[in-house]
Design a binder for this molecule. Structure first.
Ligand SMILES: [Zn+2]
Ligand SMILES: [Zn+2]
Length: 376
């Protein structure tokens, strides 16, 4: 290349850099980055992570490497007490500790509370959506079902508001499961699913983003959202027949645990033999009534209390019947999860039959329509 050619090339490079200003270029160290507008609150999601592990000590590797320990309410960073919360810039962090080995692309904030590290990760919205989509689905989930899951997860987290003191969401089923990066191939497909639906959410007829829930398997019929979560409905879902397998389950639970779960939700002592289970046409328990006291409670609250008392893996759904015998209760049910909104087993099956994400969402959320987030 002659001198004139080099000059032209340099001019082009300079022009290219100049035209970068205000774009979303993430070139490290680029001056143009300074001009990037600050992201709006809804383009980031802060998540309380590792709450189930209750870590007291973590090793963090990423933009920096450091050892963090919680001693009482004191945070020790690299052996030195730190007066305030530790804030770490966004980057790829490898977080390790007892039973913990996870990777997050996020900014991190750590505090010590009662000997436990309270870790909050702040993700770009789309990074969060991709990670949740990977964490919440099976490895062999068809791509269109992943796309439907991504739109559902994005809608849910934006509509749910702040669900925890420390953060908008936790990383457990209470909010949406977020395992951190892992199982590479699945995450790559989940990222593609998030990218191909970027900024798309489900909206209710009043324009609000739908609080769009999902579950593992409805067992043949999804549940009416108001019956499970109460009124007013913000999910955009409706009870619809589904083609997923029935996925039956049975559990034998000590009668005392049923009584204890009922007492938890009825707000007073109750006995299993006095309970009346109100079930809707899909078989979901929508209400329990204590015939002795006349008190009643929502079915989903009873389902959750039973799960807490008898094991989440055993009480798989709110669609069940109960038979008492001796000091045991036999619960027989169908499905896995609360049954409202997107049924993952059904979505995977229908996607294999050629349904698109849009068709899946129209099926499970007939009272919502997909639309773009403002500014996208
Ligand atoms: Zn939560
Ligand atoms: Zn289903």
């Amino acid at each position: 290349m002659n001198a004139a050619g080099v000059a032209v090339l340099i001019a082009a490079l300079v022009a290219g850099t100049a035209s970068d200003a205000g774009s979303t270029s993430s070139r490290p160290g680029s001056i143009a980055r300074e001009a990037k507008p600050k992201p709006a609150a809804d383009t980031q999601v802060d998540v309380r992570i590792l709450s189930k592990h209750r870590p007291a000590r973590l090793r963090l590797d990423g933009p920096r490497s450091l050892e963090v320990v919680a001693t009482g309410n004191t945070l020790i960073v690299e052996g030195r007490p730190q007066p305030n919360a530790l804030r770490l810039d966004a980057g790829r962090w490898h977080v390790r500790g007892r039973g913990v080995d996870r990777r997050y692309e996020a900014a991190l904030s750590l505090e010590a509370r009662d000997g436990e590290l309270i870790v909050v990760a702040t993700f770009a919205l789309e990074t969060y959506v991709a990670d949740v989509t990977a964490s919440e689905t099976e490895v062999d989930t068809p791509f269109e079902a992943l796309r439907a899951q991504a739109i559902t997860a994005r809608s849910y987290v934006l509509a749910s508001g702040k669900r925890h003191d420390e953060a908008r969401a936790c990383d457990l089923t209470h909010c949406q499961v977020l395992r951190g990066e892992g199982f590479a191939r699945h995450l790559r497909r989940a990222r593609d699913a998030a990218r191909s639906t970027e900024g798309i959410v489900l909206r209710l007829s009043d324009g609000a983003i739908a609080l769009a829930p999902f579950h593992a398997s409805c067992g043949g019929h999804t549940a009416e959202p108001v019956a499970v979560f109460g009124a007013p409905d913000r999910t955009g879902a409706a009870a619809v027949p589904d083609r997923c397998p029935a996925s039956p389950w049975r559990a034998v639970v000590p009668r005392t645990r049923v009584s204890a779960a009922a007492s938890d939700v009825l707000g007073g002592p109750a006995q299993a033999e006095d309970l009346l289970l109100d079930r809707d046409s899909s078989g979901a328990v929508v209400r329990i009534v204590d015939r002795a006291s006349g008190r009643d409670a929502r079915g989903d609250a009873f389902f959750r209390a039973l799960g807490a008392r008898a094991g989440w893996d055993r009480i798989r759904s709110a669609r069940f019947s109960m038979t008492l015998g001796g000091d045991q209760a036999l619960l027989e049910g169908q499905g896995h999860g609360h049954g409202v909104g997107l049924c993952q087993a059904g979505a995977a099956l229908l996607a294999r039959q050629g349904w698109t994400a849009e068709q899946l969402l129209a099926h499970y959320f007939p009272r919502a329509l997909p639309g773009k987030l403002a500014g996208k």
